[in-house]
Design a protein around this ligand. Structure first.
Ligand code: AP5
Ligand code: ZN
Length: 212
């Protein structure tokens, strides 16, 4: 099964994708996480992406595609989070999947109002060692004595009001066309993501037909 998770910044795409991939042994492909890994590793690609990322702007397509292309495995099961973010990316993805003989099973859009997104992004923490996402209140990082995630737990460099506003603007501008594109293929579904994390996971599992 190949799944795409869409939604505004802070809706919980990363959180749900990491939970589902742990529960179902799916491979989690996150373009945002790949971008941050390149920036942190100080690569040439990361250097070229940093300013866009930190301002909440989309990174140019050719740079994102360089990261994404090798990860779209025809075999196995994966959840793609953070791509596509424009109708152009949706068309490019369609072509790449077709070339590999892959068809998407579900495109799920996580919906939540702006005030919920702002509160979530404000409290977000990311583990520098694992890339896993937490929230100071709703999903606190584990106690270091449990040895589950060594951290350290930090804020993202794009977790500020200006970058969030820009990400939201871009999302609202692009999402209509993306939804129409996947609705036309009959694979678009929407989930109310303004509920507690396990409830949102349960709704997604229902849409997927509770796979093994
Ligand atoms: P990316 O990392 O994809 O950021 P985003 O789309 O802005 O989404 P977020 O990661 O902010 O939110 P999320 O929906 O994953 O929510 P999360 O699970 O973290 O992209 C970052 C940047 O990289 C882009 O701005 C761009 O520069 C670049 N980029 C990436 N992909 C690109 C592409 N395709 N093309 C071009 N550029 C690209 O949850 C948020 C917080 O809320 C967390 O603290 C979490 O613990 C908490 N939370 C989650 N769900 C719940 C819940 N149900 N209840 C309570 N709290 C919750
Ligand atoms: Zn994310």
């Amino acid at each position: 099964m190949k799944i795409v998770l869409l939604g505004p910044p802070g809706a919980g795409k990363g959180t749900q994708a990491q939970r589902l991939s742990e529960m179902l042994s799916y491979f989690h492909i996150s373009t945002g996480r790949m971008v941050r890994a390149q920036i942190e590793a100080g690569t040439e690609l990361g250097h070229r992406m940093r300013a866009y990322h930190d301002r909440g702007e989309l990174v140019p397509d050719e740079l994102i595609l360089e990261l994404l292309r090798p990860n779209l495995e025809p075999a196995g099961r994966w959840i793609l989070d953070g791509f596509p973010r424009s109708i152009h990316q949706a068309r490019v993805l369609d072509r790449m999947l077709e070339e590999r003989g892959i068809s998407l099973s579900h495109v799920i859009v996580l919906e939540a109002p702006d005030e919920v997104l702002v509160e979530r992004v404000r409290g977000r923490l990311v583990s520098r060692s694992t890339g896993r996402t937490y929230h100071v209140e709703h999903d606190p990082p584990p106690d270091p004595r449990e040895h589950l995630d060594p951290g350290p737990f930090e804020r993202r460099t794009d977790d500020n009001e200006a970058a969030l506003r820009r990400q939201l603007e871009i999302y609202r501008r692009e999402i209509g066309d993306i939804k129409r594109f996947y609705a036309g293929k009959g694979i678009l579904e929407e989930v109310d993501a303004a509920r507690p994390i396990p409830e949102v996971t349960e709704s997604i599992l229902e849409l997927l037909g509770h796979p093994e």
